[in-house]
Design a protein around this ligand. Sequence first.
Ligand SMILES: *[C@@H]1O[C@H](CO)[C@@H](O)[C@H](O)[C@H]1NC(C)=O
Ligand SMILES: *[C@@H]1O[C@H](CO)[C@@H](O)[C@H](O)[C@H]1NC(C)=O
Ligand SMILES: *[C@@H]1O[C@H](CO)[C@@H](O)[C@H](O)[C@H]1NC(C)=O
Ligand SMILES: *[C@@H]1O[C@H](CO)[C@@H](O)[C@H](O)[C@H]1NC(C)=O
Ligand SMILES: *[C@@H]1O[C@H](CO)[C@@H](O)[C@H](O)[C@H]1NC(C)=O
Ligand SMILES: *[C@@H]1O[C@H](CO)[C@@H](O)[C@H](O)[C@H]1NC(C)=O
Length: 481
Amino acid sequence: MNASHIQLQPLLALFFFFCILTDLNVSSATCHVDDETGLLGFKSGITQDPSGMLSSWKPGTDCCTWAGINCLAGNRVTSLGLTGQPGIPNSFLSGTISPSLSKVIYLDGIYLQNLKNISGQFPDLVFGLPNLKYVYIENNKLSGQIPGNIGQLVQLEALSLAGNRFTGPIPSSISALTQLTQLKLEGNLLNGTVPVGIGHLKNLTVLTLQSNQLSGPIPDFFSSFNNLRLLSLHYNKFYGKIPSSISSLAPKLAYLELGHNELTGQIPRFLGNFKALDTLDLSWNRLSGVVPKEFANLTKIFNLDLSHNLITDPFPIMNVKGIESLDLSYNNLHLLEIPKWVTSSPIIYSLKLAKCGIKVNLHDWNPVESYFYDYIDLSDNEISGSPVRLLNRTDYLVGFWASGNKLRFNLESLRIVDTLKSLDLSHNLVFGKVPNAVSRLDEFNVSYNHLCGQIPITKFAATAFMGNDCLCGSPLAPCKV
Ligand SMILES: *[C@@H]1O[C@H](CO)[C@@H](O)[C@H](O)[C@H]1NC(C)=O
Ligand SMILES: *[C@@H]1O[C@H](CO)[C@@H](O)[C@H](O)[C@H]1NC(C)=O
Ligand SMILES: *[C@@H]1O[C@H](CO)[C@@H](O)[C@H](O)[C@H]1NC(C)=O
Ligand SMILES: *[C@@H]1O[C@H](CO)[C@@H](O)[C@H](O)[C@H]1NC(C)=O
Ligand SMILES: *[C@@H]1O[C@H](CO)[C@@H](O)[C@H](O)[C@H]1NC(C)=O
Ligand SMILES: *[C@@H]1O[C@H](CO)[C@@H](O)[C@H](O)[C@H]1NC(C)=O
């Protein structure tokens, strides 16, 4: 008895040793078999992966170490995140999202972003993932409708299907997703009206529905949103007035983008209370009346675009510390001058005041800062003098548009900086010759001026040169020798 006991001990020890070894093996070299199977199923749904995003996804290796995979507690996969690099042509995936991903039952996040060529319908497998909280399937080619039962995903905290090809309505059941902090459906082909139930999503900080074909009035449902920071509804077909409940977003809203719709009525006075507002885009609507004097209180505003509306004088004097980008073009404004609060901005990079009734001489306009200017559009005003001195101080200018003014200067003395891509000086009083440097521009127009002499070799059409005193050579008639 004694002897057998002695013999058993090393055997037991050996047994335990093996147990520990196998256990170590499980946690260090293999993720859960269901997760591996599910992910390999996803991989087999991918038909093209030219940049090798999934090259580390090899059967028999620990799937927790694969690119884009995160695991919790050793061996259960909790997130799948694959992101294509913008601007890199072969950074994409083709194929569809395989239903076998539903085997990866502990997934709490699916991030398939900028993969450009993933197609197919909305992945119904997400309905089988009870822990799923974050869905970002962005900038791919998914199509079809958003399923009507999307409201079953009550545990979701973020849903983005932005930049796909989804059609049809936004399902009204979406109002059941009350834990959502982000709802991003922009850049699809969604149509119909916005379900009023979205007003129940009180936790939203981000609501982006822009660049769809949504119509009807903007629902007046904003009074329950206490945390909304970003509201983007631009590039749709919304009509009617800006709803009054938007006023309740005043304490926190930083971005309000309602441009490129068919909105009418006046710009509401309450917008002047938006202390946190950084960006306001109301452009390309049919808003009328004056800009409320309360706008003077928008001290934080950096980007203001009210262009292409029916806004009338007077424009309020803004108390901004610095504006980065301003567009008031094509309204019914008669500013007479470039506003002083613009001239004094130390950080401005884009100034667009086309057809704003400005009558200055450019010699008298001395912006505090001109170094950061990328875009200046002063078209269709009554501006006289010469832009030579201004463009001598704008080292990074990309576009200068000043057609339809009374600018009188020698084109040969205008500095064409390396960054410049667009130059439109048509319908002015410009004289001299066309310099060779314009040939590297993408867009150029000096029609209807007083230029003379041989045109350098460029790619521009004859209409870019017509209506001058004595320009000649291709694309106009040959010069007389
Ligand atoms: C995108 O995917 C489709 C279908 O999966 C395929 O036919 C096409 O070649 C892919 N496009 C590119 C640019 O690879
Ligand atoms: C939603 O808001 C409620 C109440 O403010 C809060 O208790 C809850 O944690 C929030 N949910 C999320 C996902 O932020
Ligand atoms: C939405 O678009 C579909 C075509 O994709 C069309 O059949 C339907 O009538 C449209 N609905 C609305 C409300 O415009
Ligand atoms: C700007 O805000 C102050 C208080 O913050 C208020 O007293 C004043 O009336 C406001 N001005 C305008 C023009 O709304
Ligand atoms: C343009 O700037 C240079 C210095 O950078 C200066 O020498 C020149 O006089 C300026 N020309 C005009 C027309 O202001
Ligand atoms: C140049 O401007 C004229 C007048 O505005 C316009 O008719 C013509 O189409 C323009 N040409 C080019 C090439 O932009």
